[in-house]
Design a protein around this ligand. Structure first.
Ligand SMILES: *[C@@H]1O[C@H](CO)[C@@H](O)[C@H](O)[C@H]1NC(C)=O
Ligand SMILES: *[C@@H]1O[C@H](CO)[C@@H](O)[C@H](O)[C@H]1NC(C)=O
Ligand SMILES: *[C@@H]1O[C@H](CO)[C@@H](O)[C@H](O)[C@H]1NC(C)=O
Ligand SMILES: *[C@@H]1O[C@H](CO)[C@@H](O)[C@H](O)[C@H]1NC(C)=O
Ligand SMILES: *[C@@H]1O[C@H](CO)[C@@H](O)[C@H](O)[C@H]1NC(C)=O
Length: 616
């Protein structure tokens, strides 16, 4: 009686483990089937993280008499062949570790730490050895009841796993993890470069209350629910300068973190560069702006992690435009600090909300919007809603007149908008009323417009590009520097699918009538473009760092991918002893990074002269 009871509880254990292993095998298979072979991703990008693994798993069948017979499943061909008895008793299953999120999640659920290799060791030493013991008992039990067992060669995954470990053919630590090539190490920098800044939030900005903005992991305070404008959850009054805090908090949730810098594909520096310089931008004492930034890069360059690739695997996020970090080193009264011009920074990948077309160390990532969903469903629902909205206005513009700026086309655009009467609405952004900084006003405007004008202002880009995409409004650009050569990891290459480009010079000269040009776009074409814009919504939102999206890749995910790709390219160049970035002249960075090649381009005139450096 007692013996039987023990036996039964053992069986339950085995049923549970079997389920788990079946689950694993199923997902590994289905991943190969769904995503193709050799780790191709559906984005056609196989440089990073899609480890074409040739590691082997063994799938051993145990027949009813308890002798071992084997089946081979070669996932690559998806063919089952019986084993040649003269060969090894077990034959390898090839499986590819695609970027299958479900595998990640499955592994993640088994793992106490983020470091998966570490965890594989833990599994092997604990769970699997125990499993082997159980499987032995199980086989013993089965042998006694051989007559009653079902058909031959029914695969018992638990036992299969046991033999796989028991035979010790594959060392668990050599099994490639889906994170291989994607591990990120978060550098442990002194607090003064991040947390201390937040702790002193009241002194961060002369104009805005950054304490309120830094609530909710950097998302800001929740927006009051307004059913006609927002979905029920996930809306925050987000300040664009908090991007580096949001990014840091997202990074803490990244599924392939490692504590071991030697395993890392890239090293993230959680420096709040924009919050730092933001304190001093208007400070007459220029040297203060550089002080902390200079101290940080010096600290970095003195760390052992630096020497491995001379910082070329390091990256950081600065939540302002690059122009705030590119002070002319010769000129103390120039704008901003010199963070991006330090020799150390030239080796790192610097992420900013607007990059310089003429420099090769900075890459643009989306400005944060007001929407930070915590569930996939919230995103899908929002997309459906934006697709179906009735939009009364043909186009709209939120901006301000700039009396002293001749090169700006803002004034022409405002005049054209006002002249269009009911077809266009102009939301005036004057400093007093702060109308333009109120999410309600902007979201309402963008949700009622088919097209949203996005001319360059103080700089090429602006947050409203992303707010308008979020609202399903087709952006109209006047300069390729406003998006196409900026957000290369987030926007599709074919810009005509989701946006309109009207050259600023044509507006300035009076040749372009915006209303007529937009009116000429047929209804079906507009609908197709809006569909593309709505499809872009996931790419431009930063999910709530307090939770995790399941299948959607948001702006953060695409950014990490872009960084890992870039570091991988550089790593190869260094391995081949090539000079990094030597394939193009630095001032042609915009062209090389956007199109992968240099040489004459129709956009050359747009980039022949530099836009002035201006702050916000
Ligand atoms: C994928 O990798 C293969 C082999 O390394 C390479 O030939 C191919 O160009 C890659 N594809 C892409 C889209 O990078
Ligand atoms: C099945 O194979 C395992 C691993 O090689 C071995 O330990 C076990 O004794 C075999 N069982 C039988 C009944 O041969
Ligand atoms: C079994 O496989 C291992 C690893 O592939 C190989 O080294 C060994 O020679 C094989 N044994 C036989 C009997 O084929
Ligand atoms: C230094 O920068 C200031 C502010 O941008 C500018 O007005 C001045 O012309 C610059 N001086 C030199 C020598 O470049
Ligand atoms: C930048 O990287 C190069 C190698 O690509 C290296 O020679 C140089 O010393 C690095 N600069 C710094 C400041 O580490």
């Amino acid at each position: 009686m007692t013996a039987k009871c023990t036996c039964r509880s053992q069986s339950w254990y085995i049923v549970f483990i079997s389920f788990l292993v079946w689950f694993t095998l199923f997902y590994l298979y289905s991943s190969s089937i769904t995503f193709g072979k050799k780790g191709d991703s559906f984005l056609g990008n196989n440089q990073t993280g899609f480890v074409a693994s040739t590691e082997y798993l063994y799938d051993v069948a145990i027949d009813e008499t308890g002798t071992n017979s084997s089946h081979v499943k070669d996932v690559e061909d998806d063919v089952k062949k019986p084993v040649d008895e003269t060969e090894n008793k077990t034959k390898p299953i090839k499986f590819y570790n695609d970027r299958d999120i479900d595998v990640d999640r499955l592994l993640a659920s088994l793992m106490p730490h983020n470091n998966e290799i570490e965890t594989f060791k833990t599994i092997s030493s604990k769970l699997l050895e125990e499993e082997l013991r159980n499987a032995k008992d199980y086989n013993r039990g089965r042998r006694g009841r051989a007559g009653r067992t079902r058909r031959r060669s029914k695969i018992k995954p638990a036992a299969a796993l046991a033999s796989f470990i028991g035979q010790n053919v594959v060392k668990p630590e050599s099994i490639s993890s889906p994170c291989l090539g994607r591990f990120v190490f978060i550098h442990d920098i002194p607090r003064k470069f991040n947390q201390d800044l937040l702790d002193n939030c009241q002194s961060l900005n002369v104009w805005t209350n950054m304490c309120e903005s830094s609530l909710n992991l950097g998302l800001g305070s929740s927006l009051p629910s307004k059913e006609n404008l927002y979905s029920k959850t996930g809306w925050f009054s987000t300040n664009q300068f908090l991007l580096e805090v949001i990014f840091h908090n997202r990074m803490k949730q990244y599924k392939c973190l490692t504590n071991d810098p030697s395993l890392a594909a890239a090293i993230y520096i959680p420096y709040y560069a924009g919050l730092d310089v933001g304190r001093y931008l208007w400070d007459p004492l220029g040297f203060r702006r550089d002080r902390d930034a200079a101290e940080l890069v010096e600290w970095l360059a003195g760390r052992p992690e630096w020497t491995k690739m001379w910082g070329r695997d390091h990256f950081m996020v600065a939540g302002r435009t690059n122009w705030d970090f590119r002070r002319d080193p010769e000129n103390v009264s120039d704008w901003g600090n010199g963070l991006l011009n330090f020799p150390e920074s030239k080796n790192m990948t610097m992420l900013v909300i607007e990059s310089s077309p003429w420099n090769n160390n900075d890459f643009a990532i989306p400005y944060p919007t007001y929407f930070h969903p915590s569930k996939d469903d919230n995103v899908f629902q929002w997309q459906n809603r934006m697709r179906r909205l009735k939009r009364r206005l043909l186009f709209s513009f939120a901006g301000a007149r700039r009396p002293n700026r001749d090169e700006s086309i803002g004034n022409e655009i405002i005049d054209q908008c006002l002249a269009s009467r009911k077809k266009c609405r102009f939301l005036e952004c004057d400093d007093q009323s702060q109308r333009c900084y109120k999410p309600d006003n902007l979201m309402k405007l963008f949700q009622s417009s088919v097209f949203c004008l996005q001319p360059p202002g103080d700089s090429y880009t602006g947050r409203s590009i992303f707010d308008s995409i979020l609202a399903g409004c087709i952006p109209v650009f006047f300069h390729p520097g406003s998006a196409y050569v900026q957000y290369i990891w987030h926007f599709p290459r074919d810009y005509t699918k989701y946006s309109v480009l009207i050259p600023a010079s044509a507006v300035k000269s009076g040749d372009a009538n915006i209303e007529k040009l937009l009116q000429r776009i047929p209804r079906e074409k507009r609908a197709a473009m809006r569909d593309e814009v709505v499809k872009l919504i996931p790419n431009v939102i930063y999910a709530d760092p307090a939770s995790k999206l399941e299948t959607i890749e948001d702006a953060f995910d695409l950014t990490v991918k872009g960084v890992l790709d870039r570091v991988e390219t550089i790593r190869k160049q260094m391995k081949d002893s090539k000079e990094v970035n030597s394939e193009f002249a630095e001032q042609e960075s915009w062209k090389y990074f956007t199109f992968g090649r240099v040489g004459g381009h129709e956009w050359d005139p747009f980039f022949s002269s530099k836009l002035g450096k201006h702050g916000t």
